[in-house]
Design a protein around this ligand. Structure first.
Ligand SMILES: NC(=O)c1ccc[n+]([C@@H]2O[C@H](COP(=O)([O-])OP(=O)(O)OC[C@H]3O[C@@H](n4cnc5c(N)ncnc54)[C@H](O)[C@@H]3O)[C@@H](O)[C@H]2O)c1
Length: 250
């Protein structure tokens, strides 16, 4: 155990699985107090027990849930330092004209509007307390190097990357940093939806063939990037979209 995040308190959304679980594990190992949130209560509780952190069932699209999680952080740890907007969703890979309005709305609500809620509810805390803050949004290489058949998912991630840069310049003078991390395809709960078939090594080949380092991303890759951005080592880094992609976006 090292201590790059010692004394800091972090919220990690979507922490019950995939990249979010990896981020929570790394943050806890680096000494942070971690609160994971997710829709999935059973999985969230189990991960929290495994990582010795807190779990709160919270839907990132619900402002009241954000208020409750902020209150939990202040009650339990008296402070908040890091917010990782990791929860995300996609619809299955398919021709764009077949995407339903409900699928479009869900993707925009979970991937984009949740960042709006986290900003509106959490930024006032940092401003009022005159406290440096760090927001990390888990975006995607899809936001800058889109692939076909995922138009609105890709667009949602582009919106997150752009909003993050705007927030960085707007709140820089308050010492609140905003960065995004953009993973290339990994092997998580949503990968089968990206590739439009079961998530097997064979089916991932098409996606992986465009990654110079020749493999998908892992939760540890994404967690290491988030840990750097959350640590004091990155206290002059804001407005960056850090592509964790084995060279895919070059
Ligand atoms: N897997 C990939 O290939 C890949 C690539 C690039 C970016 N991403 C992004 O990484 C992030 C994490 O996804 P993952 O790949 O670990 O998938 P995942 O499905 O394993 O994890 C996503 C988590 O978010 C939770 N979630 C969904 N909607 C929620 C809501 N409304 N409120 C709270 N929690 C909610 C889910 O329950 C799940 O635990 C997402 O933002 C995703 O878009 C994934």
């Amino acid at each position: 155990m090292t201590s790059r995040l010692q004394g800091k308190t972090a919220i990690v959304t979507g922490g019950a699985s995939g990249f979010g679980k990896g981020i929570a594990a790394k943050f806890a190992a680096e000494g942070a107090n971690v609160i994971i949130t997710d829709l999935s209560e059973e999985q969230g509780e189990s991960v929290a027990t495994e990582l010795n952190c807190l779990f709160s069932r919270a839907d990132v699209t619900k402002p009241d849930d954000w208020r409750r999680v902020l209150a939990l952080a202040l009650d339990e740890f008296k402070q908040l330092d890091i917010v990782v907007n990791n929860a995300g969703i996609t619809y299955p890979n398919k021709p764009t004209q077949d995407v339903t309005e409900a699928e479009f709305d869900l993707v925009m609500n979970v991937n984009v509007k949740a960042v709006y809620h986290s900003t509106n509810i959490l930024v006032p805390y940092f401003v009022k307390e005159n406290r440096p803050g760090c927001f990390i949004q888990v975006a995607s290489t899809a936001g800058s190097r889109p692939r076909p058949n995922l138009t609105w998912y890709n667009a949602s991630k582009a919106a997150v990357i752009n909003a993050t840069k705007t927030l960085a310049v707007e709140y820089g003078p308050k010492q609140i940093r905003f960065n995004s991390v953009s993973p290339v395809v990994g092997s998580t709960g949503m990968t089968h939806l990206f590739i439009g078939k079961p998530d097997t090594e064979e089916n991932r080949k098409g996606f992986v063939s465009t990654i110079p380092l020749g493999r998908p991303s892992t939760p540890a890759d994404i967690a290491n990037a988030c840990c750097y951005l959350a640590s004091d080592e990155a206290n002059f880094i804001t407005g960056v979209d850090l592509q964790v992609d084995g060279g895919r976006c070059v």
